[in-house]
Design a protein around this ligand. Structure first.
Ligand code: NAG
Ligand code: NAG
Length: 357
């Protein structure tokens, strides 16, 4: 076995990984630091939403032993966020194979050779993110291997029209879902913080904790003495405590229309008012940039700036939040999302969507 693993640190680096069934060797080029916690973990796989991905799992048999594939039982499960529950993904015994739940018809075994129990997942979704467990029982051998699937995307803070600190955990899950996203994990918020996210309102994460990311320590946000980092309020009561939420979303590939084309395209049937998550994904992952305030599906008005300039978010690339204006106001345009891939702003001169929200 020899494969190239993608290593994510502050820079993207490449190492070659090889094994002779009993030992794993990592051969790195000169600038590749061998820090197991940071990089080179072959048990972390990165995918984008909608892609097909392989989660590796190989049976390490004692040399010379082979029972063939027929007697081999392979079971893939996915662990819940706190790792207390397992959800069945796929079970294979001989010719009999069965997939379960949201994985039904979407997973299969790679079966590259007799020792291979790797899992192919088609059409990766945001919910697929997490730790998977591969369990192989082959005669006397019982082997367990774990792989973490990371979905590439963007984290955004969210509060609803009602204002700051109005969501219990269950409301927070629904709020993210409504905006084409899921509640972010600690790892995702941590990565976002490392990439510069600074947000002074606490929000739910999917493990039931409440945290917020600070890159510029300041008095009102946990104090200047606590340094940059994630401020953690710990686990909160999922029903009674109310905070904002950090949502996570990922792009659907898209082509952006120019403003004029968009006016036309938005008039077609099938265009929908865009969700907040769709705007963040387009902004972060596709560089979407429009200096026009427009309505989104939750009744807020925002605009995406990836090239900061005078009068358009001059100091930072950001999705700017204008507010939740009175729905009768006709001062704003509207952002539309059509079909799988297209995202278009519509100018206010067309009144068709002017009362949405
Ligand atoms: C794998 O490589 C190690 C280190 O070179 C060696 O000690 C071991 O015997 C090898 N195993 C097999 C099965 O070839
Ligand atoms: C994923 O695999 C399916 C089935 O093999 C194929 O139809 C589809 O085009 C693939 N998608 C991508 C993004 O490669």
């Amino acid at each position: 076995m020899c494969l190239i693993c993608l290593l994510i640190t502050f820079h993207v680096q490449y190492c070659a990984l090889s094994s002779n069934n009993s030992m794993v060797f990592v051969h790195c080029n000169s600038y590749c630091k061998l820090d197991k916690t940071e990089l080179g973990d072959p048990n972390r796989v990165f995918a984008s939403r909608g892609s097909n991905i392989t989660l590796p799992c190989r049976l390490h048999r004692q040399h010379g032993m082979s029972f063939g594939r027929m007697g081999m039982r392979i079971k893939w499960t996915k662990l819940s966020v706190d790792e207390s529950l397992e959800e069945d993904v796929l079970v294979s015994m001989g010719f009999h194979k069965k997939s379960y739940g949201s994985f039904l018809g979407r997973v299969q075994l790679l079966e590259a050779d007799d020792d291979d129990a790797s899992l192919l997942i088609n059409d990766v979704s945001l919910d697929d993110k997490g730790k998977f467990r591969c369990e192989v029982i082959d005669g006397m051998d019982d082997f367990i291997h774990e792989v973490t699937l990371e979905v590439q995307g963007v984290v955004f803070p969210y509060s609803p029209r009602l204002g700051r600190y109005n969501l219990n955990f269950h409301d927070a899950e629904q709020a993210c879902l409504d905006q084409d996203s899921v509640v972010a994990s600690f790892d995702q918020l941590y990565e976002a913080w490392r990439s510069g996210l600074d947000w002074c309102n606490a929000g739910w994460l999917n493990d039931g904790s409440v945290q917020y990311p600070i890159t510029n320590p300041r008095g009102a946000c946990g104090g200047v003495n606590s340094g940059a980092g994630l401020r953690n309020y710990g686990q909160r009561d999922k029903s009674k405590s109310r905070y904002d939420v950090f949502c996570f979303t990922s792009a659907v590939n898209g082509e952006f229309l120019t403003f004029n084309e968009a006016v036309q395209a938005c008039q077609d049937d099938g265009a929908e008012i865009a969700k907040v998550g769709q705007m963040y994904a387009a902004w972060k992952l596709n560089g979407y940039d429009r200096c026009d305030s427009g309505w989104l599906a939750d009744g807020s008005v925002r605009y995406p700036i990836s090239r900061p300039r005078r009068n358009c978010s001059p100091t930072e690339a950001a999705v700017r939040f204008v507010g939740f204006p009175d729905k009768k106001q006709k001062l704003f345009g509207v952002y539309c999302f059509k079909g799988l891939t297209q995202f278009h702003p519509q100018h206010r001169k067309n009144n068709r969507y002017a009362d949405v929200g």
